[in-house]
Design a binder for this molecule. Structure first.
Ligand code: DGL
Length: 271
């Protein structure tokens, strides 16, 4: 059995990379729903339906544990899948998200107890970060900003170009105008680490940038330690297979830029 990593597109590769660095022994399957990305602007119903199809596909491909490495899908679909679907389709397997592992660590990064969150419209409107953080650390104020252009910039491989600066600076200015006490900002979309260089350029130095890859990798490592019934079913041949719902050529060339190495992908059709 493998560990599945799912994202609407390429963003989850930033999570996969850190998971494989931390836990290189396991076998992984990455699935990007590139044909239907972005999810960020879509309704709850649509994100749920798309995510469920991808989860079922990863189960068909023999995944024991699936990480929804997409904040939008974690915000809009995870809970329903865990509570309503999993007991029927795969009661002995697990689907985990990435918002909770991020929220659990947030207190460590902030002295002013005021954190910012950049995310897609879907993630921000769902208020999932506010809710998760409030459950764990009620003294922390969360200031959110949705950045609808950032995913398209990354998906179109424009993130290192000059044109991206305008959109990066615009949202940094917006969030800082909302609250002057922010001392840490979560990049609450798995595509955003690709914009890290530009975000750092416009963000005051004293504000920490929190990316999710290492947090999710640590949380998965901990989960596997605590759940030997799942861990023992995961094979350990250090393989990674890539699947996309779009054309293989397109995925291979963009994913190779994300991961900085050549990869081979296969196409899947969803039903
Ligand atoms: N990477 C996804 C996330 O973390 C969003 C990309 C999209 O809008 O599809 O939220």
């Amino acid at each position: 059995m493998k560990i599945g990593i799912f994202d609407s597109g390429y963003g989850g590769l930033t999570i996969l990379e850190k998971i494989v660095e931390k836990l290189p022994q396991y076998d992984y399957i990455y699935l990007g729903d590139n044909a239907r990305t972005p999810y960020g602007s879509r309704s709850f119903e649509v994100v749920y339906a798309y995510t469920l199809q991808c989860v079922k596909k990863l189960f068909e491909l023999d995944c024991q544990i699936i990480i929804i490495a997409c904040n939008t899908a974690s915000a809009k679909a995870l809970r329903t899948i865990q509570q309503a679907d999993l007991p029927n389709i795969a009661p002995n397997r697990r689907v985990l998200g990435i918002i909770r592992p991020t929220a659990e660590k947030i207190d460590y990064f902030t002295k002013t107890k005021t954190v910012g969150i950049f995310g897609t419209s879907g993630t921000i409107q769902s208020k999932s970060y506010e809710m998760e953080i409030a459950k764990l650390f009620e003294q922390i104020t969360v200031v959110s900003e949705d950045c609808p252009m950032w995913v398209p910039i990354v998906e179109n491989n424009e993130h290192l170009k000059n044109g991206a600066d305008y959109f990066v600076k615009q949202h940094i200015d917006n969030i800082l105008a909302k609250n002057k006490n922010i001392d840490a900002i979560i990049l609450g979309c798995t595509h955003y680490p690709l914009l890290l260089e530009k975000i750092r350029k416009y963000l005051p130095e004293n504000i920490k940038i929190i990316t999710q890859g290492n947090l999710v990798a640590d949380s998965l490592a901990d989960y596997l330690l605590r759940h030997s019934e799942h861990e023992k079913l995961c094979t350990k041949n250090s393989t990674i297979q890539f699947y996309t719902t779009e054309s293989v050529e397109k995925f291979e060339s963009s994913a190779s830029i994300f991961l900085n190495k050549n990869i081979e992908a296969k196409r899947v059709m969803l039903n």
